[in-house]
Design a protein around this ligand. Structure first.
Ligand SMILES: Cc1cc2nc3c(=O)[nH]c(=O)nc-3n(C[C@H](O)[C@H](O)[C@H](O)COP(=O)(O)O)c2cc1C
Length: 149
């Protein structure tokens, strides 16, 4: 079966930033409750200023979950970077991998004139490459026993 894959970026709301640890714990709780049931896999990357999320599964499930996420007041300025059908999942093992990218300066992401990373203006290829690299790093950290973020 072909897989539908969606990548978007957004920005946490001011309220979310005030207590982002609690906010992230709540979002990851929702992921655990819903994603496995709907056979959604993917990754959620976060720094203080951005979310980057890749969701993959059948088209209807991805559409349902992404419309719910888009209505969530904990983030804003949602920009869809890519939405496409693929032959296979990129992250079959992850109901939702969570990666803290706050310490990750990346040459793969464009930067705005103030030097801030600007994932919303990245191409879908470079954003996907960035997510894949970050997941691979997190895996390596797990294998060596260090704490992944
Ligand atoms: C950046 C972001 C990413 C989210 N990702 C998911 C997700 O992958 N799966 C999910 O079920 N909810 C996700 N949510 C939460 C949903 O918007 C929504 O609050 C939740 O699915 C509602 O279900 P619940 O009442 O069982 O928690 C996300 C929210 C935000 C702000």
């Amino acid at each position: 079966m072909r897989v539908f894959q969606l990548i978007y970026t957004s920005q946490p709301s001011e309220a979310f930033k005030q207590d982002f640890r609690a906010g992230l714990a709540s979002i990851l709780g929702s992921c655990r409750r819903h994603n496995a049931k709907s056979q959604i896999t993917g990754a959620l990357l976060f720094d203080e200023h951005h979310f980057i999320q890749l969701l993959e599964g059948d088209r209807q499930s991805v559409n349902e979950i992404s419309s719910r996420i888009a209505r969530d007041g904990r983030h804003r300025n949602t920009v869809i970077v890519s939405a496409e059908e693929c032959e296979a999942r990129s992250f079959p093992a992850w109901a939702m991998a969570f990666i803290d990218i706050s310490q990750t300066p990346s040459p793969l992401l464009p930067h705005d004139i103030a030097g801030e990373a600007s994932p919303a203006s990245a191409s879908s290829q470079s954003l996907k490459a960035f997510i894949t690299t970050e997941i691979a790093k997190a895996r390596r950290l797990e294998i060596t026993g260090a704490k992944a973020a």
